[in-house]
Write a new protein. Structure first.
Length: 98
């Protein structure tokens, strides 16, 4: 994952797979087994981490964001209630793995 996707002049959404014709944005707001297909859109997205961080920091209730469903995000938020900034947390994790 590109850590550099967090920086720059533009907003991360400008580089998202869902904005480049791979899928309509509505395709990410599905239920049940359709979420598997929605998550696949995020698989190789260059801005997956900033998308996920934004969804976690904003407590997005619906849709697939950064490759995680709302259920997965809620579970992560319950497991890690001490995290104040997911953006900071995910950048640190991405930098450590490079």
């Amino acid at each position: 994952m590109r850590v550099g996707a967090f920086s720059g002049d533009g907003h991360w959404t400008a580089g998202a797979n869902c904005g480049f014709g791979k899928a309509a944005p509505d395709a990410l707001f599905v239920e049940g087994s359709a979420q598997r297909e929605a998550r696949a859109i995020c698989q190789d997205c260059p801005v997956r981490l900033p998308c996920l961080a934004d969804a976690l920091d904003s407590r997005m209730d619906f849709g697939v964001w950064g490759g995680m469903t709302e259920r997965e995000r809620r579970a992560l938020l319950r497991r890690r209630p001490e995290v104040r900034s997911w953006r900071h947390e995910l950048v640190a994790a991405a930098s450590a793995s490079v």
